[in-house]
Ligand binder design. Sequence first.
Ligand code: ADQ
Length: 489
Amino acid sequence: MTLTIQVDGMGSRSASSPLRPAVEPAFSDLVVVANRLPVKQKGGAERPVLRTIGWETSPGGLVGALAPVLSARTGAWVGWPGCSGPAPGPFDHEGMHLHPVALARSEYEAFYEGFSNATLWPLYHDAIRAPEFRADWWDAYVAVNSRYAERAAAVTAINGSVWVHDYQLQLVPAMLRRLRPDLRIGFFLHIPFPPPELFMHLPWRHEIIEGLLGVDVVGFQEPVAAQNFSRLARRVAGATGAAKHLLHGGRRIEVGAFPISIDVDAVTRIAGNPITTVRAAELRRNLGAPTTLLLGVDRLDYTKGIELRLRAFQELLRDRRLKPGECVMVQIAVPSRGEVSSYAEERERIERLVGEINGEFGQMGRPVVHYLHRSLPFPELVALYRAADVMLVTPLRDGMNLVSKEYVAARTDGAGVLVLSEFAGASRELSSALLVNPHDHEGLKHTIEAAVNLDPLEARKRMRSMRAAVRRHDVHAWAAEFLGALNGH
Ligand code: ADQ
């Protein structure tokens, strides 16, 4: 078989390269395609990407789970290197072939900030903010998706497998199938997939569904998301067959739930390190040795419910149901998508509220809410998990939420109370958490208060059951299940 494909850089670099049937060393039999490469530049993101002094592996469970699988199989990863402008050529990193995709600044704005994060993100999260529909953003989404598809087509071995990730790349499966009908193609969506009533608002609903139907296997975080997709595939694209085995274009498409998880062993190791115990005790002292330490850790995103959580804490202090000084809250907000206006507004609202609460209830040198707008090294995060009596995970909508699972995995001491939103995918597995509807303001206040006062024996019982759930199914099991489904297709 001889295939001719276009390898397209940023529009300016365009070349035609014939794919030969023989598997060349540069061809990989398993290729991951994701918005970002699994590495970041050493020495700060501001450096122009071509002058980087080196790359380091990005933190996170996804990379941790996929890197060993890829390096065992001469695997490759196609993604954006994290800096707009020309991209470096392919390079190897920790046993993986990395293939950078270049994005011009204007493409980054229209494809990433625009269509991905101001259209799809809010639409897929229950339209908590109004999605913006703009044809120029859509055009950029199509152009960038086709660049990722072309790159994947160029580097995958004959009959190889490609695993595409997330909402930024939903057109890649069908584009890739057109270029390389010999491949097995899987897609996993990390965020929720909306009910048809909402999805139907999208002017490009047909194209997105057809894009996803290019797969052999499509995976979602929750069964309800898989059902939403199957219903839409029938309605929008005329797919037939069973919900879990759709038929479309003469092919069978497997649709399923593959809930993602964390690297439990890695978290357990850090949590069990005596340095972590010492640091956790030090953190509590530095925070004024409160009776109860409440913690929130989120990307600064309006879906995470940070404002409602702070508001509930404020009112509990006002109602004297919690005592300032006895109860102290730490909120870590990781900087995220600051160029998108709804994110900048969310940040302003949160920071104003933190100021308001401390103005009302803080003492000199003793705030009641400690707020950090930055990323922390993972061991420091684990020390905070160990220091916190009550973990508040209250998103309005979340595909899974890994913070809740990390908190549970970190509590090797069996203590700690998790307050968890019913609208986080994690609530299915962590059903022994104190579950809450964050839209129900009084209910949220009541649940936070109940968490602070929970009987320690009851708390331990709940934590034991949640720890068993997290241990049963870690990120390695998740990757193995998805790839098993793809290989078995
Ligand atoms: P996110 O929305 O980013 O992920 P989440 O699942 O909670 O949300 O993952 C955040 C990750 O960032 C966690 O692993 C956490 O340790 C890390 N992190 C958080 N705060 C940090 C800090 N201050 N410093 C350093 N690291 C920090 C999307 C979806 C989720 C889905 C994941 C994975 O929105 O629903 O669970 O993908 O599929």
